[in-house]
Design a protein around this ligand. Structure first.
Ligand code: PMP
Length: 364
């Protein structure tokens, strides 16, 4: 007998961080920006003409593509936009990773890569980070079906030097190299200028982190016009209208406000550096982060235990029950006030430990 279930595409989906809806929580679990979108975005939202929602949006996303191109000094033929960088990356996987050879990415990295590879039946090989959670560039200089890595990497926050990124791109001219720069605006150096030299390079960025628009879902890729054309062909074979009118307008307003972007990213970087010092004082260690999160482990208390204790106190951070990183917490950088409260609560929590161990000692 035919069994329909044999013909189901079975996949293990990506699990995003929780989005709890509680009034007084401190949410440090999905690397969102703690600051609101630019006032220019709010203004564009107020001016939105609801009547026009009866019309389809522009399929080529012109208003947003042009605004991004103008911001980065590119031609609009070098820019592709999608529904968050997740959508852009998924399109890229489908478009360029069609080889029988495995694509390469780090063993500890954005955990959507293997999900897309499985979904699209793309063979892949993971390359272990070194003991300091660094990507070893030599691992990516073999023949493969393509290469993808985030810079800075997630969830570690570790930034690779641009010279090393370039070595990987240069060693892979026969396949596509994707540099996922979701967190580049928090102190990294972008590989973007290299798209003029390397026709095999795609740089992917997002409005979800540094531009405070995770809720709008806007991501983009930049690269050689030929690559952008190929991604667009796949997009138009899938859904002509991926981006809605509101996203296009608000996204364009956001990217035009360079000053607000620079102010808010500077504040996050400053708070991150303060947070690193406070965490060190509390007995945490972490690889140096150039992103809007810190990936930290404690010298004596297991990460899972801290994670649960924080959750009981309405503070959400991210914990991955995964080999090599199951004693780490990924802590997004919130406002200075949120982080002061977070540190205060952690300090109280650790103080209760030393009190407990003292009282145990007394009983003995
Ligand atoms: N790449 C990396 C490395 C990420 O951490 C994320 C955030 N989850 C994304 C891409 C996707 O972000 P978005 O779809 O919100 O642009």
């Amino acid at each position: 007998m035919e069994n329909w279930e044999s013909y189901v595409r079975k996949v293990v989906p990506y699990v995003p961080g929780e989005q709890p809806d509680r009034e007084k929580m401190i949410k440090l679990n999905t690397n969102e920006n703690p600051y609101p979108p630019s006032p220019k975005v709010l203004e564009a939202l107020r001016q939105l003409d609801a009547d026009r929602l009866r019309l389809y949006p522009e399929p080529d996303c012109g208003v947003l593509v042009n605004a991004i191109a103008q911001y980065y000094g590119l031609d609009s033929s070098q820019v592709f936009v999608g529904v968050g960088s997740d959508d852009v990356l998924a399109m890229i996987f489908q478009t360029f990773f069609q080889s029988d050879r495995p694509i390469l990415f780090p063993d500890i990295t954005y955990s959507f890569y293997d999900v897309w590879a499985d979904l699209f039946r793309i063979p892949y090989q993971t390359k272990p980070l070194d003991e300091n959670f660094r990507i070893r560039k030599e691992d990516y200089c073999q023949r493969s079906g393509g290469v993808i890595f985030p810079n800075p990497n997630a969830p570690t926050g570790v930034l690779m030097d641009l010279s090393e990124v370039e070595e990987i791109i240069a060693a892979n001219r026969d396949v596509i190299v994707v540099v996922d720069e979701a967190y580049i605006d928090f102190g990294g150096v972008s590989a973007l200028p290299l798209i003029q030299t390397y026709k095999n390079l795609l740089v992917v960025q997002t409005f979800s982190k540094s531009r405070s628009l995770a809720g709008m879902r806007i991501g983009f890729a930049m690269g050689n016009p030929k690559l952008i054309r190929y991604i667009n062909d796949v997009k138009y074979s899938f859904n002509s209208y991926t981006m809605n009118r509101t996203s296009l307008l608000l996204g364009a307003a956001a990217i035009r406000d360079r000053e607000y972007f620079e102010q808010t990213t500077a504040k996050i970087i400053q708070t991150r550096e303060w947070l690193k010092q406070e965490l060190t004082d509390l007995g945490f260690s972490f690889p140096d982060s150039k992103s809007n999160f810190v990936f930290a482990t404690h010298k004596s208390v297991p990460a899972k235990q801290i994670f649960e204790a924080l959750q009981e106190r309405d503070i959400y951070v991210r914990y991955f029950a995964k080999e090599r990183i199951d004693n780490y917490l990924r802590i997004s950088v919130g406002t200075r006030e949120e982080m002061e409260q977070f540190i205060h609560i952690l300090r109280q929590y650790f103080a209760s430990f030393s009190f407990q161990s003292k009282s145990t000692a007394c009983r003995r």
